[in-house]
Design a protein around this ligand. Structure first.
Ligand code: IPD
Ligand code: CA
Ligand code: CA
Length: 264
């Protein structure tokens, strides 16, 4: 295995585990909560604590690397330098309401390519790791996507943006089209885990009208390394930084779900 790649992955793993400890300690206790935009787009003091810790930790080892993190920003500079994409607390609304379902997501990119993705669910102690051309793993065991081939047998997940009331891209209409297939669809509120759950075969597919790079960068590499497929709803390649409608599946169901999502 590439020495640099394993170094980057080990650092990302150490970072999510330590950030997980911070979130676990704060979960269920008293903490400050603010609204970023609208009533439900929240940020807690633990989003900030986790992010500050992760950036400081990674910077110590890679001082010249670039950061794109949800709470402190940063931009995609398209350089050859190592770039970290961080969601310090994915599932903030769950965390703020005492639901034990949230995660930390860290991806690393080099030369415009995802090289490592790590997602950690601190309450269940599940650690999802993907390394480019090495594979996808859950707590050290290799994972792969499901083998379901028929849409009527599929188990899907989705998510909704904070500006749902504006119905961006008619996402409510597209969601109803999927519901009309009569198949179970879950909304867990943690996009990074939705992707990991497709990578590990728990879900057969996931779609959302738009995700930020920090919601999906790590999960995308997990899907690819687990044998699944990632694209826009129209099955064209997804631009990670463009907040496009995202579809991820086990591959077998891609066209079938894509067709329903494009029917209006
Ligand atoms: C949100 C979650 C949610 C998804 C939203 C994201 P946050 O991230 O991943 O599942 O539907 O689009 O913004 O705000 O909890 O980090
Ligand atoms: Ca997020
Ligand atoms: Ca977040």
């Amino acid at each position: 295995m590439d020495k640099d790649l394993s170094h980057v992955s080990l650092l990302a793993i150490e970072a999510v585990l330590a950030a997980g400890e911070i979130l676990r300690k704060g979960f269920g206790g008293q903490f400050s909560i603010e609204a970023k935009s609208g009533i439900h787009n929240l940020v807690t003091e633990y989003d900030h604590r986790s992010e500050e810790f992760i950036i400081e930790f990674l910077k110590k080892e890679f001082p010249d690397s670039l950061f794109l993190a949800e709470e402190s920003g940063g931009k995609n500079e398209g350089s050859s330098a190592l770039q970290w994409i961080i969601d310090p607390l994915d599932g903030t609304v769950n965390f703020a309401h005492g639901l034990p379902f949230f995660a930390i997501s860290i991806a690393a990119r080099k030369n415009n390519e995802l090289i490592c993705g790590v997602v950690y669910q601190p309450i269940t102690h599940e650690l999802f790791v993907a390394q480019k051309n090495v594979g996808a793993f859950l707590n050290g065991t290799r994972i792969k996507v499901s083998e379901v081939t028929e849409l009527k047998r599929a188990f899907l997940a989705t998510g909704f943006p904070y500006n749902l009331a504006e119905n961006p891209g008619d996402c409510i209409g597209h969601f109803t089209d999927i519901l009309r297939q009569g198949i179970p669809v879950r909304r867990m509120g943690v996009a990074s885990l939705d992707l990991c759950y497709v990578a590990s075969g728990r879900f057969d597919g996931f779609f959302e009208i738009s995700l930020a790079p920090w919601d999906c960068a790590a999960g995308i590499l997990l899907i690819e390394e687990a044998g699944g497929k990632v694209s826009r709803w129209d099955e064209e390649p997804l631009d990670l930084f463009a907040y496009e409608p995202i579809l991820v599946t086990n591959g077998h169901l891609h066209q079938q779900i894509g067709k329903v999502l494009q029917q209006r």
